[in-house]
Design a protein around this ligand. Structure first.
Ligand code: GUN
Length: 284
Protein backbone atom coordinates (compact mmCIF):
# COMPACT_ATOMS: atom_id res chain seq x y z
CA UNK A 1 0.00 0.00 0.00
CA UNK A 2 1.28 3.44 -0.90
CA UNK A 3 0.22 6.16 1.57
CA UNK A 4 -0.49 9.41 -0.21
CA UNK A 5 0.36 12.33 2.03
CA UNK A 6 -0.96 14.51 -0.74
CA UNK A 7 -4.49 13.08 -0.56
CA UNK A 8 -4.61 13.06 3.25
CA UNK A 9 -3.33 16.65 3.28
CA UNK A 10 -6.00 17.74 0.84
CA UNK A 11 -8.71 16.26 3.09
CA UNK A 12 -7.27 17.81 6.26
CA UNK A 13 -6.85 21.22 4.59
CA UNK A 14 -10.46 21.17 3.38
CA UNK A 15 -11.62 20.48 6.96
CA UNK A 16 -9.41 23.26 8.30
CA UNK A 17 -10.72 25.71 5.69
CA UNK A 18 -14.27 25.15 6.95
CA UNK A 19 -13.20 25.64 10.56
CA UNK A 20 -11.14 28.74 9.79
CA UNK A 21 -14.06 30.39 7.99
CA UNK A 22 -16.17 29.86 11.13
CA UNK A 23 -13.41 31.16 13.43
CA UNK A 24 -13.03 34.25 11.30
CA UNK A 25 -16.72 35.03 11.78
CA UNK A 26 -16.55 34.35 15.49
CA UNK A 27 -13.32 36.21 16.28
CA UNK A 28 -13.33 38.91 13.62
CA UNK A 29 -10.07 38.00 11.91
CA UNK A 30 -8.33 35.05 10.26
CA UNK A 31 -5.17 33.43 11.69
CA UNK A 32 -1.89 34.99 10.55
CA UNK A 33 1.37 33.14 9.82
CA UNK A 34 4.52 35.14 9.15
CA UNK A 35 7.47 33.34 7.55
CA UNK A 36 10.97 34.81 7.59
CA UNK A 37 13.17 33.65 4.72
CA UNK A 38 16.85 34.58 4.69
CA UNK A 39 18.76 34.07 1.44
CA UNK A 40 17.84 32.23 -1.75
CA UNK A 41 18.46 28.54 -0.99
CA UNK A 42 16.32 26.80 -3.66
CA UNK A 43 15.00 24.17 -1.20
CA UNK A 44 13.95 26.86 1.29
CA UNK A 45 12.35 29.01 -1.41
CA UNK A 46 10.31 26.05 -2.61
CA UNK A 47 9.17 25.14 0.94
CA UNK A 48 8.14 28.74 1.55
CA UNK A 49 6.14 28.81 -1.69
CA UNK A 50 4.41 25.58 -0.62
CA UNK A 51 3.54 27.11 2.75
CA UNK A 52 2.05 30.20 1.11
CA UNK A 53 -0.14 28.05 -1.15
CA UNK A 54 -1.37 25.95 1.76
CA UNK A 55 -2.23 29.09 3.74
CA UNK A 56 -4.28 30.33 0.84
CA UNK A 57 -6.17 27.01 0.62
CA UNK A 58 -6.95 27.03 4.35
CA UNK A 59 -7.76 30.74 4.71
CA UNK A 60 -4.74 31.62 6.85
CA UNK A 61 -3.23 35.02 6.15
CA UNK A 62 0.36 34.62 5.11
CA UNK A 63 3.23 37.08 4.95
CA UNK A 64 6.76 36.23 3.90
CA UNK A 65 9.52 38.56 5.02
CA UNK A 66 12.48 38.03 2.68
CA UNK A 67 15.93 39.26 3.62
CA UNK A 68 19.30 38.81 1.89
CA UNK A 69 21.89 36.30 3.06
CA UNK A 70 23.93 39.27 4.35
CA UNK A 71 21.41 40.21 7.08
CA UNK A 72 23.04 40.52 10.52
CA UNK A 73 21.96 38.44 13.48
CA UNK A 74 20.97 41.64 15.24
CA UNK A 75 18.68 42.73 12.39
CA UNK A 76 17.05 39.30 12.26
CA UNK A 77 16.50 39.32 16.04
CA UNK A 78 14.94 42.75 15.77
CA UNK A 79 12.46 41.51 13.13
CA UNK A 80 11.52 38.65 15.45
CA UNK A 81 11.07 41.12 18.32
CA UNK A 82 8.60 43.12 16.25
CA UNK A 83 6.65 40.01 15.24
CA UNK A 84 6.58 38.82 18.87
CA UNK A 85 5.00 42.13 19.88
CA UNK A 86 2.49 42.25 17.01
CA UNK A 87 -0.93 41.03 18.26
CA UNK A 88 -2.03 40.41 14.67
CA UNK A 89 0.65 37.71 14.19
CA UNK A 90 -0.25 34.25 15.52
CA UNK A 91 2.61 32.17 14.14
CA UNK A 92 6.25 32.95 13.35
CA UNK A 93 8.41 30.60 11.30
CA UNK A 94 12.04 31.31 10.52
CA UNK A 95 13.03 29.07 7.64
CA UNK A 96 16.12 26.95 8.39
CA UNK A 97 18.98 26.61 7.67
CA UNK A 98 20.23 30.13 8.36
CA UNK A 99 23.55 31.52 7.04
CA UNK A 100 26.56 30.44 9.09
CA UNK A 101 27.19 33.86 10.63
CA UNK A 102 23.81 33.65 12.42
CA UNK A 103 23.35 31.57 15.58
CA UNK A 104 20.32 29.42 14.80
CA UNK A 105 19.70 28.48 18.44
CA UNK A 106 19.66 32.10 19.48
CA UNK A 107 17.13 32.94 16.76
CA UNK A 108 14.85 30.01 17.64
CA UNK A 109 14.94 30.91 21.34
CA UNK A 110 14.02 34.53 20.51
CA UNK A 111 10.63 33.54 19.07
CA UNK A 112 7.83 33.78 21.65
CA UNK A 113 7.01 30.18 22.50
CA UNK A 114 3.29 30.90 22.03
CA UNK A 115 3.99 31.84 18.38
CA UNK A 116 6.49 29.04 17.70
CA UNK A 117 4.56 27.07 15.07
CA UNK A 118 7.60 24.82 14.39
CA UNK A 119 7.81 23.58 17.98
CA UNK A 120 11.55 24.29 17.96
CA UNK A 121 11.72 26.68 20.94
CA UNK A 122 13.60 25.08 23.89
CA UNK A 123 10.49 25.37 26.10
CA UNK A 124 8.36 23.63 23.46
CA UNK A 125 11.00 20.91 23.07
CA UNK A 126 10.98 20.45 26.85
CA UNK A 127 7.18 20.35 26.86
CA UNK A 128 7.20 17.62 24.20
CA UNK A 129 9.60 15.47 26.23
CA UNK A 130 7.56 16.06 29.40
CA UNK A 131 4.27 15.29 27.60
CA UNK A 132 2.92 18.79 28.29
CA UNK A 133 0.70 20.68 25.81
CA UNK A 134 2.82 22.41 23.12
CA UNK A 135 3.26 22.99 19.39
CA UNK A 136 4.52 19.65 18.04
CA UNK A 137 7.20 19.76 15.33
CA UNK A 138 5.39 19.52 11.99
CA UNK A 139 7.15 16.62 10.27
CA UNK A 140 6.95 14.21 13.24
CA UNK A 141 3.31 15.17 13.83
CA UNK A 142 2.56 14.56 10.14
CA UNK A 143 4.23 11.14 10.24
CA UNK A 144 2.06 9.98 13.15
CA UNK A 145 -1.07 11.21 11.33
CA UNK A 146 -0.01 9.31 8.17
CA UNK A 147 0.54 6.08 10.12
CA UNK A 148 -2.84 6.39 11.84
CA UNK A 149 -4.65 7.23 8.59
CA UNK A 150 -3.11 4.15 6.98
CA UNK A 151 -4.46 2.05 9.86
CA UNK A 152 -0.98 1.09 11.07
CA UNK A 153 -1.03 -0.20 14.66
CA UNK A 154 1.91 1.49 16.41
CA UNK A 155 1.56 0.19 19.98
CA UNK A 156 3.96 -2.62 20.80
CA UNK A 157 5.78 -2.41 17.45
CA UNK A 158 9.54 -2.20 16.94
CA UNK A 159 10.12 1.20 15.35
CA UNK A 160 13.52 2.19 14.00
CA UNK A 161 14.26 5.85 13.24
CA UNK A 162 17.30 6.48 11.07
CA UNK A 163 18.56 10.01 11.82
CA UNK A 164 18.78 11.95 15.09
CA UNK A 165 18.11 15.56 14.10
CA UNK A 166 16.29 18.02 16.35
CA UNK A 167 13.74 18.64 13.56
CA UNK A 168 12.78 15.03 12.75
CA UNK A 169 14.71 12.08 14.21
CA UNK A 170 14.56 12.91 17.92
CA UNK A 171 10.98 14.21 18.10
CA UNK A 172 9.51 11.45 15.90
CA UNK A 173 11.22 8.91 18.16
CA UNK A 174 9.54 10.53 21.15
CA UNK A 175 6.10 10.62 19.49
CA UNK A 176 6.44 6.94 18.52
CA UNK A 177 7.30 6.15 22.15
CA UNK A 178 4.22 8.10 23.24
CA UNK A 179 2.24 5.80 20.91
CA UNK A 180 3.79 2.84 22.80
CA UNK A 181 6.22 1.68 20.12
CA UNK A 182 9.62 0.31 21.17
CA UNK A 183 11.97 2.78 19.52
CA UNK A 184 15.56 2.51 18.33
CA UNK A 185 17.22 5.67 17.02
CA UNK A 186 19.99 4.74 14.57
CA UNK A 187 22.36 7.14 12.78
CA UNK A 188 25.46 7.45 10.63
CA UNK A 189 27.68 5.91 13.33
CA UNK A 190 25.43 2.91 14.06
CA UNK A 191 27.30 -0.39 13.66
CA UNK A 192 25.71 -2.84 11.22
CA UNK A 193 22.87 -0.49 10.44
CA UNK A 194 21.30 -3.00 8.03
CA UNK A 195 20.85 -5.51 10.87
CA UNK A 196 19.14 -2.80 12.95
CA UNK A 197 16.82 -1.64 10.15
CA UNK A 198 15.94 -5.26 9.28
CA UNK A 199 14.57 -5.56 12.81
CA UNK A 200 12.11 -2.73 12.23
CA UNK A 201 8.38 -3.22 11.87
CA UNK A 202 8.07 0.54 11.31
CA UNK A 203 11.06 2.22 9.67
CA UNK A 204 11.31 6.02 9.57
CA UNK A 205 14.21 7.35 7.51
CA UNK A 206 15.41 10.94 7.92
CA UNK A 207 19.10 10.85 7.11
CA UNK A 208 19.20 13.21 4.12
CA UNK A 209 21.04 10.94 1.67
CA UNK A 210 19.48 9.90 -1.64
CA UNK A 211 18.50 6.20 -1.85
CA UNK A 212 20.35 5.44 1.40
CA UNK A 213 18.02 2.58 2.40
CA UNK A 214 18.33 -0.34 0.00
CA UNK A 215 16.24 -3.51 -0.33
CA UNK A 216 18.63 -5.63 1.76
CA UNK A 217 18.04 -3.30 4.74
CA UNK A 218 14.29 -3.97 4.88
CA UNK A 219 12.31 -7.07 5.94
CA UNK A 220 9.17 -8.14 4.07
CA UNK A 221 6.06 -6.47 5.48
CA UNK A 222 7.76 -3.41 7.01
CA UNK A 223 6.02 -0.02 7.14
CA UNK A 224 8.44 2.45 5.52
CA UNK A 225 8.23 6.22 6.06
CA UNK A 226 10.64 8.21 3.88
CA UNK A 227 11.32 11.74 5.13
CA UNK A 228 14.12 12.49 2.63
CA UNK A 229 13.91 15.31 0.12
CA UNK A 230 16.98 14.98 -2.12
CA UNK A 231 17.92 15.49 -5.72
CA UNK A 232 18.73 12.27 -7.52
CA UNK A 233 22.35 12.86 -8.61
CA UNK A 234 21.75 11.01 -11.90
CA UNK A 235 18.38 12.41 -13.01
CA UNK A 236 18.16 15.67 -11.02
CA UNK A 237 14.63 14.66 -9.94
CA UNK A 238 13.38 14.71 -6.34
CA UNK A 239 14.02 11.49 -4.48
CA UNK A 240 13.83 10.24 -0.92
CA UNK A 241 16.28 8.56 1.44
CA UNK A 242 14.82 5.18 0.43
CA UNK A 243 15.51 3.38 -2.84
CA UNK A 244 11.79 3.36 -3.59
CA UNK A 245 11.75 1.06 -6.63
CA UNK A 246 13.74 -1.63 -4.80
CA UNK A 247 12.05 -1.31 -1.37
CA UNK A 248 8.40 -0.80 -2.39
CA UNK A 249 7.80 -4.49 -3.29
CA UNK A 250 8.92 -5.56 0.21
CA UNK A 251 7.07 -2.88 2.21
CA UNK A 252 3.53 -3.43 3.50
CA UNK A 253 3.05 0.34 3.49
CA UNK A 254 5.36 3.00 2.04
CA UNK A 255 5.33 6.77 1.49
CA UNK A 256 6.40 8.17 -1.90
CA UNK A 257 8.69 11.17 -2.49
CA UNK A 258 7.33 13.60 -3.49
CA UNK A 259 3.73 13.35 -2.21
CA UNK A 260 4.32 11.48 1.07
CA UNK A 261 5.63 13.16 4.21
CA UNK A 262 6.31 16.60 2.63
CA UNK A 263 2.67 17.70 2.20
CA UNK A 264 1.88 16.50 5.73
CA UNK A 265 4.59 18.74 7.19
CA UNK A 266 2.98 21.77 5.61
CA UNK A 267 -0.51 20.65 6.64
CA UNK A 268 0.62 20.28 10.26
CA UNK A 269 2.11 23.76 10.09
CA UNK A 270 -1.36 25.02 9.16
CA UNK A 271 -2.82 23.11 12.10
CA UNK A 272 -0.20 24.51 14.50
CA UNK A 273 -0.90 28.04 13.28
CA UNK A 274 -4.62 27.57 13.92
CA UNK A 275 -3.87 26.15 17.40
CA UNK A 276 -1.69 29.18 18.30
CA UNK A 277 -4.41 31.52 17.01
CA UNK A 278 -7.14 29.75 18.98
CA UNK A 279 -5.14 29.83 22.21
CA UNK A 280 -4.86 33.62 21.83
CA UNK A 281 -8.45 34.22 20.78
CA UNK A 282 -9.97 31.97 23.41
CA UNK A 283 -7.92 33.66 26.15
CA UNK A 284 -9.29 37.10 25.24
N1 GUN B 1 13.82 23.66 7.16
C1 GUN B 1 13.53 22.36 6.83
N2 GUN B 1 12.44 21.93 7.51
C2 GUN B 1 12.04 22.97 8.27
C3 GUN B 1 10.95 23.15 9.17
O1 GUN B 1 10.14 22.24 9.44
N3 GUN B 1 10.86 24.38 9.75
C4 GUN B 1 11.75 25.37 9.50
N4 GUN B 1 11.59 26.52 10.13
N5 GUN B 1 12.76 25.24 8.67
C5 GUN B 1 12.90 24.05 8.05
Amino acid sequence: MIISGKDLSARLKAEMATRVAAYEKKYGRAPQLTVVLVGEDPGSVSYVTGKAKACEAVGIRNTTIRRPESISEEELLSIIGELNADDAVDGILVQLPLPRHIDENKVIAAIRKEKDVDGFHPLNVAALWMKQPCSLPCTPKGIIKLLKAAGVEIAGKRAVVVGRSNIVGLPVGKLLMDENATVTVAHSRTKDLAAVTRGAEILVVAIGRPKFVTADMVTNGTVVIDVGVNRNPETGKLCGDVDYAAVEPKASVITPVPGGVGPMTITCLMENTIECYLRTMEAR
